[in-house]
Design a protein around this ligand. Structure first.
Ligand SMILES: NC(=O)c1ccc[n+]([C@@H]2O[C@H](COP(=O)([O-])OP(=O)(O)OC[C@H]3O[C@@H](n4cnc5c(N)ncnc54)[C@H](OP(=O)(O)O)[C@@H]3O)[C@@H](O)[C@H]2O)c1
Length: 257
């Protein structure tokens, strides 16, 4: 019996750590070939080596800074020039900035918007027509449970995630008659480098492992779930917005920034 190996690729942004790295591994377990993207070349190469040896899939790495305006188009053109067929896009790369809005560097805030919103929209825009032509494909946009409420001391971050959820649900509706599955992932606090990178160094370490978030995300993406609230986000997602906002503001009012 001949086994026809999968010739298409899943492209994952922010694949060097946390949720993105775990989603990459979860996809590899299912036999998907991978394109791993983030800034840290060495880490991407180490992950690629491990995934190739463990899961016997093909893995390409593309180190780049996704806050650079042309990066998404360069990634798309690189795939086209090298005849790489992408059928899954995981728009996961993201950053936060913790602190009072007006005390944060404005250039950092603009980079955050470039990464969390613009890069995600551009990658979706460039790859979606090819997924439609393939007549199959998956797009997973990573938002956050914070997409459901305003998040003081992460004002801009929270607003970018509300954008991602709104954009993804609207696009999913537009694509409802196609064979492209478009879902949004809304995790709660997860044990990754996110909080330290955001400058929230005093935060208690979250207990939820990124592997749980990733496995749930991949499983429910394949089941065409519109919005995925893994584990600790699931209960919060059921609370009416008005009450959720009150709860969040009450908890945050005890913060020392
Ligand atoms: N952790 C949580 O509690 C939580 C909760 C809800 C949602 N999320 C969302 O989950 C996603 C993944 O975050 P995480 O928790 O896994 O955090 P993380 O461990 O800090 O991972 C962030 C990833 O994004 C990449 N990245 C950051 N800036 C980049 C840039 N300019 N260009 C290219 N890649 C860049 C990082 O790689 P390099 O440093 O190598 O570039 C890394 O691979 C984010 O969208 C985040 O908002 C996280």
């Amino acid at each position: 019996m001949y086994i026809i190996k999968n010739q298409t690729y899943s492209l994952i942004t922010g694949a060097s750590s946390g949720i993105g790295k775990e989603i990459a591994e979860s996809l590899a377990k299912r036999g998907n070939n991978l394109i791993l993207i983030s800034r840290r070349r060495n880490i991407l190469e180490q992950i690629a080596k491990y995934v190739i040896e463990t899961y016997n899939v093909k893995v390409l790495t593309m180190p780049c800074d996704l806050t650079e305006k042309d990066s998404p188009k360069s990634i798309y053109l690189w795939c086209k020039e090298n005849n790489i067929i992408v059928d899954t896009i995981i728009n996961n790369a993201g950053m936060g900035l913790f602190g009072e809005f007006f005390k944060q560097d404005i250039e950092k805030q603009m980079s955050l918007i470039e990464l969390n919103i613009n890069c995600l929209v551009k990658l979706t825009y460039y790859f979606l027509p090819d997924l439609l032509k393939l007549s199959k494909g998956y797009i997973l946009n990573v938002a956050s449970i914070a997409a459901l409420y305003p998040l003081p001391y992460y004002c801009v971050y929270g607003a970018t995630k509300a954008f991602v959820l709104s954009f993804t649900e609207a696009l999913r509706f537009e694509m409802r008659d196609s064979n492209v599955t478009i879902s949004c992932l809304c995790p709660g606090d997860t044990d990754t480098d996110f909080f330290v990178n955001a400058g929230n160094v005093k935060k208690k370490k979250p207990t939820q492992p990124p592997s749980i978030v990733a496995d749930t995300a991949v499983r429910l993406l394949m089941k065409n779930e519109p919005v995925i609230f893994p584990a600790n986000a699931n209960m919060m997602s059921k609370i009416p917005r008005r009450i959720l906002k009150k709860m969040v503001f009450k908890r945050i009012s005890s913060y020392k920034v």
